[in-house]
Design a protein around this ligand. Structure first.
Ligand code: P6P
Length: 288
């Protein structure tokens, strides 16, 4: 099933082809380089390689005015005006690349914004992720719906459409470490751990995919040592928040939808909570 907006369809099919190549090229690129990304994190060879592949292809698409990624300090200007009739793409080329060493799931996150970057999440027109798990799948959210595809040979095959979060939550995953959590989040987490099953693997989209599949909540809160948390608004919070909200769930920074945050900086971090609406409401309603 193709996407009705031809530019978004071109982006999604380009990412499908490139993601297949990324997955195949992970072998032999599991090392780290002596470089840091703009967030100060050591880069894997695969981080840089995946970013270069995506940038080279996505910036060639007519109708794309900007490209930005977690691996690049600044936005790549593709010439067209994203405040005009061009979109801007924000990518996390390899989310969870630290899982390369341990051979656990990871993936590629993308968001298509109808605004110049950095932009509010409610300017997204599409967002999604490719998950490099036992098989390669893509979850794609557009203004119409949320769909799941299986990927093979650079092509995507629709396996589920109109995806919604299961009513009954089953799993949870909270990052950052309990010793780093503010007291009010720790109290919330202690409640949730008596109600749901722990699923946390160190790559946001693999953990979020558990929530989308089984129902529940994923969170990476603000920490005592790092009040804004770890995850980036443009490249992780907004695209995943858009997917989960389109699937009938909620996103939050602890107080409000991630998609309503006015960004100040391309690489700004934010606390990220996504999942079943009742659980996010409970989090936001807690005394702080
Ligand atoms: P921690 C991966 O590095 C990432 O950005 C997310 O994909 C993931 O949810 C989080 O960081 C894991 O962080 O502190 O548990 O290693």
């Amino acid at each position: 099933m193709t996407v009705s907006d031809p530019v978004v369809e071109d982006v999604v099919s380009t990412i499908s082809r490139t993601a297949t190549e990324i997955r195949q090229g992970l072998v032999g690129r599991r090392g780290t380089v002596d470089e840091e990304n703009p967030s100060g994190e050591t880069q894997a060879e695969a981080d840089i390689w995946a970013d270069e592949l995506l940038e080279g292809r996505l910036t060639e698409i007519d109708g794309i005015g900007e490209y930005a990624s977690e691996e690049r300090a600044t936005v790549v200007d593709c010439g067209a005006d994203p405040d005009g009739d061009a979109y801007a793409i924000a990518c996390d080329p390899l989310d969870g690349s630290s899982n390369l060493k341990s051979n656990n799931a990871m993936g590629t996150i993308f968001g298509v914004y109808d605004a110049a970057l950095p932009a509010r999440g409610d300017t997204l027109v599409a967002a999604g992720y490719v998950l490099y798990g036992p098989i390669t799948t893509m979850v794609l959210a557009t203004e119409e719906s949320v769909s799941v595809y299986e990927m093979s040979g650079g092509e995507r095959r629709l396996v589920q459409s109109d995806v919604t979060l299961p009513e009954e939550p089953v799993v949870y995953g909270f990052g950052g470490g309990v010793s780093n959590w503010p007291d009010e989040f720790e109290a919330f987490a202690r409640e949730i751990e008596t109600e749901l099953k722990l699923r946390y693997g160190g790559a946001m989209i693999a953990d979020v995919n558990q929530v989308l599949t089984y129902g529940g909540i994923f969170g990476y809160p603000g920490l005592e040592s790092r009040p804004a948390g770890k995850l980036r608004l443009q490249f992780e919070g907004n695209p995943i928040g858009y997917v989960v909200e389109r699937a009938g769930g909620r996103s939050s920074n602890g107080h409000r939808s991630l998609l309503t945050i006015d960004p100040d900086d391309l690489h700004e971090r934010t606390p990220v909570h996504v999942g079943n609406a009742e659980l996010i409401d409970r989090l936001e309603d807690r005394p702080t």
